[in-house]
Write a protein that binds this ligand. Structure first.
Ligand code: ADP
Ligand code: MG
Length: 396
């Protein structure tokens, strides 16, 4: 689960990290008071969407010459005119895709005197099995481009789970960021704070781009992106309250109600599969035969008819779906339950696109009998390869 920059900053501030003063804005009428409260002389108006690259982004409604999604203002009037232009419009950035995202919230923040911009993130490093800092002096820009063009400027520093961020780790981080004087002193408190926030709140990613050294020599968190581990959210009701459903795919929200592992994708073949491994293999084989999957969907091991029905409805509700492939290997999951779910769902919502079903495993004969006697126009397949070819052919 992701949260907005202003929420991430409030969270980091509660752990003691240095952030600027700021006021979230949901309504333009609150802007004058917010601008007065901060006082200037420099304000920054920041679009709050769950995507990066806002500074270089463009508002669809405003044309290519208008300013981006992060704007400096040097007077209260300028603050208000930016707020008026930005709120409610659609921001397109490198990370939003061409459709962009509607800006429903802004964050008005004190302007900082920037000396230099650094890149700092914390993540779970699957290669080393540890939590790692990623540190670079090349902040403020696209870190993927830095990784590609000048990989030597990116440093990965593992944290020992036993000791946490100790003096030796801080020294490595300060060296990687080339910090000296007041900034290096600030690093001694900031890096342990960031690590504490990351681990205590079960984050999967904490990205600060940029972390800045200000003209006065001190460090400040200028941007913050946080993702939480969804499997640990039950431990953090305070974090769950920060969820902004308007930023999430409706189908994914619906799927989460039924505890379905669902991720929307860009292709046109809807998939209903059990088991993450089989789901991945199914997506691969669809691609092999020249099409793209519209989703990843794992109905799980012990799915009920109700859950299967919900899953099928979510797939058919997606207008991009031009065909559906049901691929079930019944181990714990029974094929007859899947079949009943599919038949029930089709009765409820109808079937406008070709449907290929491949069932194998526990109660497979019963499952096939249910589908065959249902009168549905289902294309039966024998194995995964056959199923993928049939759905690709049917979609055309
Ligand atoms: P994004 O990464 O989505 O573009 P950032 O929060 O990183 O958004 O802002 C983009 C750039 O805008 C930063 O790299 C920084 O140069 C400038 N900026 C952002 N916030 C402030 C601020 N409070 N004061 C001064 N400059 C800022
Ligand atoms: Mg940024």
């Amino acid at each position: 689960m992701n949260i907005h920059e202003y929420q991430a900053k409030a969270l980091l501030k509660s752990f003691g990290a240095p952030v600027a003063d700021g006021v979230p804005l949901l309504d333009a009428s609150d802007a004058p008071a917010a601008a007065d409260k901060l006082g200037g002389p420099v304000w920054v108006v920041k679009s709050q969407i769950h995507a990066g690259g806002r500074g270089k982004g463009k508002f669809k409604e405003l044309g290519p010459d208008a300013k981006g999604g992060v704007r400096l203002a040097f007077s209260k009037d300028e603050v208000l005119s930016h707020v008026g232009e930005m709120l409610g419009n659609t921001l397109v950035t490198k990370q939003t895709g061409p459709a962009g995202k509607q800006v429903n919230r802004l964050y008005l923040e004190d302007g900082a005197d920037i000396e230099s911009e650094l890149y700092c993130s914390i993540l779970v490093n699957r290669e080393t099995g540890k939590v790692s800092f990623v540190a670079s002096t090349e902040g403020g820009m696209d870190i993927e481009a830095v990784a590609e063009e000048t990989p030597e400027k990116i440093h990965t520093i593992d944290v020992d789970v036993e000791t946490g961020v100790d003096d030796a780790t801080v020294a490595k981080l300060n060296a990687a960021f080339e910090l000296t004087g007041a900034a290096a002193e600030d690093g001694k408190s900031l890096f342990p704070i960031l690590y504490k926030a990351f681990t205590e709140k079960d984050m999967s990613l904490l990205e600060i781009n940029p972390l800045i050294v200000m003209k006065d020599g001190h460090l400040r968190v200028l941007d913050a992106k946080v993702s939480f581990d969804g499997n640990a959210l039950f431990r953090h009701p305070d974090v769950m309250e920060l969820r902004d459903k308007t930023e999430e795919d409706e189908k994914e929200i619906e799927a989460s109600k039924y505890d379905l592992a669902y991720v929307a994708l860009d292709g046109d073949i809807g998939c209903m599969v059990n088991g993450a491994g089989l789901a991945m293999a199914t997506m691969d084989i669809i691609k092999l035969y020249g099409k793209e999957p519209a989703n990843f969907l794992d109905v799980g091991g012990g799915a009920t008819t109700e859950k299967v029905t919900a899953a099928f409805k979510i797939i058919t509700a997606d207008p991009n779906v031009k065909g559906i492939l049901v691929n079930i290997f019944g181990g714990i999951m029974r094929c007859d339950v899947i079949a009943e779910g599919v038949v029930q769902a089709v009765k409820d919502v109808g079937l406008q696109v070709p449907l290929v079903v491949r069932l194998e495993g526990t109660k497979v004969e019963e499952g096939k009998a249910i589908i065959n006697s249902s009168g549905l126009n289902v294309i039966a397949a024998d194995d995964l390869d056959d199923a993928a070819q049939k759905i690709v052919k049917a979609v055309g």
